[in-house]
Write a protein that binds this ligand. Structure first.
Ligand SMILES: NC(=O)c1ccc[n+]([C@@H]2O[C@H](COP(=O)([O-])OP(=O)(O)OC[C@H]3O[C@@H](n4cnc5c(N)ncnc54)[C@H](OP(=O)(O)O)[C@@H]3O)[C@@H](O)[C@H]2O)c1
Length: 351
């Protein structure tokens, strides 16, 4: 059994990782860190894991790279951006494989990191070494990676629906609009005025307009898909639910579909494109023409749902997706990458 550590195990995505890894058939959760909970057992901090024998013995420790490297071969970093790289560098030096949930290694360009994150990248040499951990797109690269940069939650909900359409030249790479709605756990487990119950409940608000940080990785990956720069309009919204992301994309088909026959032909091409890309994917659910994505169907799972409609009145293709921001948008996807990296069944511990 491979020994695994979770650094930042007391946060929302860390907690999800702990839950998934405790019941994973192939791995041993050997170390968990949290500065605020150091010395306490997993069962004390998260009573919901208390029925598991391991939770009574496994204690949170201070996050010290030298010690973590002695305890584990694979380390998940569930830390704020900017902090994750402080751990990735010494852990990689000591031979650990890293699966980072933060944004620190998602961008290939240090200049883009500076532009979107507002400070110099602390380890720019590692940017080209990192593999973007979107399994449906980079499965082969993940198998050989030593540093996996797990994608952001919004980017996953946008990239999976859009990349196959762009690669098949079915949509224009211009004028893409994405509206996303996210639950409050997307902001992490921290006490901040904007995320207090009374501030969020019974309220829906946009934020991060017009240049949310996630745009950097979304545009990077869409540009790579068509080998040309792609810019999109992205509006995230905070909604009063604990978890879940719903994204609606407004896209311009390359072909006009002004009569029924043209529309039928285009619909068949879109359907074939998605089937070819995701028909055999265990964690992508392509919905039929009667169903639309709903966060209640994916929360608590590693699934993303995708549906689409052609609108003959506007000439647009509308694509919608739903996922759990903490699972397919974070920890579930990171465990999916670990399974690929270790040669386990990709669904191990995730179904
Ligand atoms: N929440 C989501 O939906 C989501 C989705 C995708 C990706 N992500 C990314 O995943 C990462 C973790 O997100 P989260 O929402 O789980 O965050 P979170 O709930 O705020 O948890 C952060 C964790 O990091 C630890 N930590 C914070 N500062 C640290 C420091 N300076 N040194 C060592 N440990 C530190 C915290 O524990 P202590 O303070 O006790 O040490 C805690 O365990 C972020 O980079 C985030 O962008 C989050």
């Amino acid at each position: 059994m491979k020994k695994i550590a979770v650094v930042g195990a007391s946060g929302y995505s860390g907690e999800e990782l702990v839950g998934l890894l405790l019941s994973h058939p192939e791995v041993d959760l050997a170390a968990i860190t949290s500065r605020q909970n150091a010395g306490r057992t997993l069962a004390q901090v998260f009573p919901k894991f208390g029925h598991q024998r391991k939770a009574k013995n496994l204690r949170f420790t201070e996050p010290r790279p030298e010690w973590i490297a002695q305890e584990a071969e694979i380390v998940f970093l569930a830390l704020p951006h900017g902090i994750a790289s402080e751990f990735a560098v010494p852990l990689l030096d000591r031979g650990c494989k890293i699966i980072d949930l933060s944004a620190d290694f998602r961008l290939r360009s240090a200049a883009a990191y500076l532009e979107f994150y507002g400070h110099e990248h602390p380890a720019p040499d590692l940017l080209l070494k990192a593999v973007y951990g979107l399994p449906e797109i980079y499965r082969r690269e993940i198998q050989k990676a030593s540093l996996i940069a797990s994608p952001g939650c919004y980017p996953t909900s946008i990239l999976l629906p859009v990349i196959p359409l762009l690669k098949s030249l079915l949509i224009k790479p211009t004028g893409i609009i994405a509206d996303s709605l996210s639950g409050v756990s997307g902001a992490g487990r921290k006490a901040e005025l904007d995320y207090l119950f009374v501030e969020c409940n019974e309220s829906i608000r946009p934020y991060g307009i017009p240049k949310h940080r996630h745009l950097s990785e979304i545009e990077q990956e869409l540009s790579l898909a068509v080998s040309a720069p792609v810019t999109i309009q992205f509006t995230p919204h905070l909604i009063p639910v604990n978890r879940g992301i719903l994204t609606t994309l407004y896209l311009a088909p390359e072909k006009h579909f002004s009569d029924a026959a043209m529309m039928h032909e285009l619909a068949e091409q879109i359907s074939n494109c998605y089937q070819a890309a995701y028909g055999n994917e265990p964690f992508v659910r392509l919905l039929d023409e009667k169903s639309l994505p709903d966060t209640k169907n994916v929360v608590g799972t590693n699934m993303i749902e995708i549906a689409w409609r052609l609108d003959p009145r506007t000439g647009r293709l509308v694509v919608m997706s739903a996922e759990d921001n903490l699972l397919k948008g974070a920890s579930g996807q990171a465990v999916q990458s670990m399974n690929i990296l270790c040669g386990y069944p990709e669904t191990a511990g995730l179904q």
